[in-house]
Design a protein around this ligand. Structure first.
Ligand code: FEH
Ligand code: ZN
Ligand code: ZN
Length: 343
């Protein structure tokens, strides 16, 4: 089968022909319907995480996959060839306190596809070691389900962490309207009464933010974020900042925009560190939290929300063989919604 594999850090992926995995026991082979292209894949391919993830190359990249059951091992229950499935990507050991606590994406020894010894979804087929990592998505299109497994799931967990803080007078500031930000805006409007202010860097993203339901949009390339926020919120400032970028610039601006008892949520992974003003943070009782991906049950909730027809899933489609173009466009900030590879 065809796959897009990383052979060397900081080099382009190679389109290789490899043997199709044969599932044993609980294992399932999926025919890939679509594989989302995540910024994390780019960080990984650049070798930024090689000392932490210690992946043996070559590896098929991709941790945001959906498709069709192709073949099942003899211990698999409740799945048959042709079933549409979403691949929960936060694969864990199943026995540590975090796996047992239901947050497998926080496992102490993660085995994420495309980011560990397990090959990911940039391929025609993908081997999933146990059917317990699959969520049924009967009747749904994998091209729209794949992004839900990461771009959709990650902001969902983050919004669930803060929605109890929001009321009709609240303002929530969202940095970044890329693959994840599109969903963050929608969840904030669907799951809370807050007004949403989105910070974007170009007109195309401004239009997308509006389409996703953002109440206010600030184009940071054309206006000063702080003074625009003052115009929008007056002296209220913002209750919550959802940073889907997490660069030093967005985090410094975000913490400076918080109101008393405000909460900053780090979700993106673009930066390395930022300055937390100690005096201001303490006297205002700021909360600074982070949120990683989502758990298996939360993925089921996201798919359930999508099934209601209330969730838009903007995608930019590329052939698997166009993976280089997809990555180039993502790095240039030219992707609207989520880039997906369709074998
Ligand atoms: C990937 C690698 C490391 C941390 C977080 C991620 C996310 O893209 C998973 O959604
Ligand atoms: Zn990701
Ligand atoms: Zn574990």
């Amino acid at each position: 089968m065809k796959t897009a594999r990383l052979h060397k850090y900081n080099e382009s992926l190679q389109l290789d022909e490899v043997d199709l995995p044969k599932p044993k026991g609980e294992g399932v082979t999926i025919r890939v319907g679509a594989a989302g292209v995540c910024h994390s894949d780019i960080h990984f391919m650049h070798g930024e995480w090689k000392d932490t993830l210690r992946v043996k190359l070559p590896i098929t990249v991709g941790h945001e996959t959906a498709g069709y059951v192709e073949e099942v091992g003899d211990s698999v229950q409740g799945l048959a060839k042709g079933d549409v499935v979403a691949v929960f990507g936060g694969w864990g050991c199943g026995i540590c306190e975090f796996c047992k606590g239901g947050d497998e994406q926080l496992c102490i020894s993660p085995k994420w596809p495309g980011l560990s010894e397990y090959d990911g979804g940039y391929a025609e087929y993908m081997h999933v070691p146990t059917y317990r990592f699959l969520v049924k998505a009967k009747g749904l299109d994998p091209k729209h389900v794949a992004p839900l497994t990461d771009a959709g799931l990650t902001p969902y967990r983050a919004v669930k962490k803060v929605r109890h803080l929001l009321n009709p007078n609240s303002f929530t500031l969202v940095f970044g309207v890329g693959g994840l930000g599109c969903y963050a805006i929608q969840y904030l409007k669907l799951l809370s009464p807050t007004s949403v202010i989105s910070v974007v860097r170009n007109e195309a993203k401004a239009r997308l933010a509006k389409e996703m339901g953002s109440d206010y949009i600030i184009n940071s390339r054309e206006e000063d974020v702080k003074s625009s926020l003052k115009k929008i919120t007056g002296d209220h400032r913002v209750d919550v900042v959802l940073d889907m970028v997490s660069s030093k610039e967005t985090l410094d601006t975000g913490i400076a925009s918080l109101r008393k008892k405000g909460t900053l949520v780090l979700v993106g992974l673009m930066g390395n560190s930022f300055d937390l003003p100690i005096f201001r943070s303490v006297v205002n009782e700021y909360s600074v939290i982070a949120s990683l991906w989502g758990n298996y049950n939360e993925l089921g909730e996201v798919i359930g929300l999508y099934r209601t027809g209330r969730l838009k899933t903007p995608v930019s489609q590329f052939k698997l063989s166009e993976v280089g173009k997809a990555i180039e466009n993502l790095e240039a900030g030219k992707i609207q919604g989520r880039a997906i590879l369709v074998p």
